[in-house]
Design a protein around this ligand. Structure first.
Ligand SMILES: NC(=O)c1ccc[n+]([C@@H]2O[C@H](COP(=O)([O-])OP(=O)(O)OC[C@H]3O[C@@H](n4cnc5c(N)ncnc54)[C@H](OP(=O)(O)O)[C@@H]3O)[C@@H](O)[C@H]2O)c1
Length: 235
């Protein structure tokens, strides 16, 4: 079975939810994972689960200097970078007239600019390794819905950025994978909480793992995955 032994990876938004599950899966597969987020304590707790393979780095992906520090730290400590997982993200949901400017800016800054910054500074290192970028988008990057004005705009933007990266990097044999999950059982939904039938973060992490562990000549360009909604709860 393919594994990722010896690979160096960065996962953003690794302190909880999907990013934490991806970090644990890559570490279990043998990668050295630089786990990034703003919550230092949560990252340290995560690193304690697999200290040989998980290294915490505090980083707000909206801040260029912190993103540069993250990439510098990984390359300096590991000597290379093979995999960049752009997972950090958040959603605010409301009709356009009800979304605050702060909510709009936060979604664009984290979901879109954060990915741009990480790619911008990681790409020279990824080219050297013929590496891999995974962008965590969403079903909301493929279809729109009321109250998703800001979130869908940020994730549709991410789809465009991913497509451009695919085209710009294919000559360099850097693979780009965009993952579009439906609802996942994480803290993403705030007080509303997740529904029991939502995807498990580990199920999405397994899809990410399949893409990055695949032989170099196999490209998973896009992975779209949805939970099985019980028939009585389907719209
Ligand atoms: N849950 C879903 O239903 C769902 C569905 C489709 C796609 N997604 C996408 O999946 C990704 C992960 O979401 P999740 O469900 O795991 O949400 P989550 O449980 O709320 O976790 C979000 C993660 O992003 C990090 N983050 C937020 N702002 C950040 C910043 N400025 N800099 C660095 N890290 C930041 C958080 O860490 P800190 O707070 O410690 O910084 C946390 O680790 C997101 O891109 C989301 O859009 C989620």
């Amino acid at each position: 079975m393919a594994d990722v032994t010896g690979y160096t990876a960065i996962v953003t938004g690794a302190s909880k939810g999907l990013g934490k599950a991806i970090t644990l899966r890559l570490a279990q597969g043998g990668a050295r994972v630089f786990a990034a987020a703003r919550s230092q304590e949560a990252l340290q707790k995560l690193a304690n689960e697999n200290p040989d393979h998980i290294l915490p780095v505090t980083c707000d992906v909206t801040q260029s200097d912190q993103v540069q520090h993250l990439i510098h730290t990984a390359v300096k400590q590991a000597g290379k970078l093979d995999i960049l997982i752009n997972n950090a993200g958040l959603g605010h949901f409301g009709k356009v007239q009800d979304l605050t400017e702060e909510e709009w800016d936060q979604m664009m800054d984290v979901n879109l600019k954060g990915v741009f910054l990480a790619c911008k500074y990681a790409i020279p290192h990824l080219i050297r390794q013929k590496g891999h970028i995974v962008n965590i988008s969403s079903i909301a990057g493929t279809v729109t819905f009321p109250k998703g004005g800001g979130y869908c705009a940020s994730k549709f933007g991410l789809m465009a950025l991913s497509d451009v990266l695919t085209q710009e990097l294919k000559q360099k044999e850097v693979r780009v994978t965009t993952v579009c999950p439906g609802s996942i059982q994480t803290e993403f939904f705030g007080e509303a909480g997740p529904k029991p039938y939502y995807l498990q973060p580990e199920q999405v992490a397994e899809a990410v793992y399949t893409a990055v562990a695949a032989p170099k000549e196999v490209i998973f360009n896009q992975i779209v995955m949805r939970p099985q909604v019980p028939p009585e709860q389907q719209k």
